[in-house]
Design a protein around this ligand. Structure first.
Ligand SMILES: Nc1ncnc2c1ncn2[C@@H]1O[C@H](COP(=O)(O)OP(=O)(O)OP(=O)(O)O)[C@@H](O)[C@H]1O
Ligand SMILES: [Mg+2]
Length: 229
């Protein structure tokens, strides 16, 4: 059974008297252990799809299930709970809290969940991402690549089943971008997560298992074309 399942999902926005069909009827299923890329031009519906998958907004129609739990029928409160338990977000400009050290970004997650801080788990995770020695630094003291690795650590710390990354490499130079995507690919396999990454950079697709293209709200599987598989 797939981890994420979208059935007949669509999203309309009203724009005065007009309706924008930002996402047309979409069916998509993603398995655990899969690293999925979504590419497409600006305004094509990538962020719309990602925010629906992540329960940040309810679609105009259709159903979204994550780990067999329904997102699309959940109340806003339940959606927030599900999001917190099941999903890790990595955003374009890293969404770290500026006044917290790297370690405290992780501590905050336990604090919100009213759990004791698991320093062993935090150290192991930071170690595997190569930033353990930076744990007492603030985001402003890190390089772009280090900040994105800290964002990945934070996204993984709560042990989510799904990781959603919207342009995670946008602020990075080429070698850092490759490094960050390689880490994402490795963690996806090692921890049997599902990862969905929106990217503009076609060179990064070789790390992915599936490639979807979205154009004017229509999602198409282009894995064969991009990855020969
Ligand atoms: N809250 C909103 N209200 C009205 N229209 C919206 C809203 N959010 C997005 N849109 C429109 O829906 C379409 C898809 O937007 P979306 O943000 O999903 O595109 P995108 O592929 O992520 O683009 P980009 O690459 O620029 O981030 C666009 O036409 C956009 O103007
Ligand atoms: Mg976007």
């Amino acid at each position: 059974m797939s981890l994420v399942e979208l059935k007949n999902v669509f999203q309309d926005y009203s724009d005065g008297n007009d309706v924008i069909h930002a996402l047309k009827k979409t069916n998509l299923s993603i398995n655990a252990g899969e690293f999925v890329a979504i590419i497409g031009p600006s305004g094509s519906g990538k962020s719309t799809l990602l925010t629906i998958m992540g329960g940040l907004q309810k679609p105009s129609g259709g159903s979204v299930t994550l780990n067999k739990k329904s997102f699309s029928r959940a109340s806003p409160k339940r959606r927030t709970e599900l999001r917190f338990q099941e999903i890790g977000f990595i955003l374009q400009a890293s969404n770290l809290v500026p006044y917290l050290t790297v370690e405290k970004q992780l501590k905050l997650i336990d604090k919100v969940a009213k759990k004791p801080f698991n320093i062993k788990k935090a150290d192991a995770l930071l170690g595997s991402l190569g930033i353990l020695s930076l744990k007492n630094k603030y985001p402003s003291d890190l390089s772009g690549g280090e900040r994105q690795r800290a964002s990945i650590a934070r996204a993984l710390y709560s042990n989510p089943s799904l990781i959603l990354a919207d342009e995670p490499t946008a602020s990075l130079d080429t070698s850092r971008a490759f490094e960050v995507v390689q880490i994402l690919a490795e963690e996806t396999k090692k921890l049997n997560k599902a990862t969905v990454m929106v990217t503009h950079d076609e060179r990064l697709l070789s790390y992915c298992d599936k490639v979807y293209v979205i154009n004017d709200g229509v999602l198409t599987d282009r894995t064969k074309q991009y990855l020969n598989k």
